[in-house]
Design a protein around this ligand. Sequence first.
Ligand code: FAQ
Length: 318
Amino acid sequence: MPDDAAAQREFEARIAAGETVEPKDWMPERYRKQLIRMMSQHAHSEIVGMLPEGNWITRAPTLRRKMGLLAKVQDEAGHGLYIYCGAETLGVSRAELIDQLLTGKAKYASIFNYPTLTWADIGAIGWFVDGAAIVNQTMLAKASYGPYARAMIRICKEENFHKRQGYEIMATLAAGTPAQKRMAQDAVDRWWWPSLMMFGPSDKDSPNSAELTRWGVKRKSNDELRQRFVNLTVAQARAIDLTLPDPALRYDEATKDWHFGPIDWAEFDRVIHGDGPLNRERLAARNEAHASGAWVREAAAAYAAKRAAESGGSAAAA
Ligand code: FAQ
């Protein structure tokens, strides 16, 4: 079917009727491009997101904590793989997407460019970063593109476990010695604002939102999701006696929202354009991992070629 106005109208009517778009369905080229952009950035985020926590696997304070963290980091690798597979259904190759990450062409979530300085940072990531990811991805589980929406359903289930393990770490530290409580508060102070930035620029400065909303990929705006996350998190912080580092936080009876202070968008811009605290280190680590995995890819390709030759040979003999 040609990419013309009638096809586009039919496509938009399907979206409006709540139908799911599947890989072989006709779709506007721009829809395909936007999804490849967003899904690949999401997959890259999961993979780069393994680095700040992976850094603490050997230093987890107990065997139980180590097992929990190992499982979480493995889950993130799995999430990256589901989402890369989903993106491939749109006609792009995994190698091309990985190349965009490794050369710095593709973005990944700003939050993973911050350092994990203490064990409490692992708690803060689970509580805030996975908490923010759940708010965002619960919405994406209703996205119009079927493979993406289905990946989100499974991923959200695992993110719930991640959030709980993070919150439990923070609750334990907050109820521990004064030094442990200070460590937990310090992590909250450093991770709170970058976590709010995860939801993306405010709606008025979000160039992609209008299209993504019209096509049913985003069902809520960046600001709506950020507000939902703040509303959920204030009570959680109070319950474990930690303070969110925002003197402007105040409850609005009329809207039932917690209003928060201004976000440092200059910092966000620096981080998403490659100049955050650890952008260079993160990309260098991914490039090094990719290079040292070259022999695995070669071996897998050689095995696949051998199997293909063998099955070709047996088909010819039959
Ligand atoms: N970081 O027009 P918008 C996780 C870019 S998963 C970096 O508003 P859009 C699990 C944006 O790409 C976390 N860049 O864009 C985990 C665009 O640039 P472009 C990842 C950002 O797409 C937990 C430009 O700014 N989750 O955490 C960010 O409508 C713990 C203009 O922005 C997802 O990716 C940012 N924070 O909305 C793993 C969810 N925000 O491409 C390990 C899926 C914006 O035009 C440990 N993605 N940009 O050059 C989304 O929901 C959306 O893509 C947004 C951005 C909300 C991220």
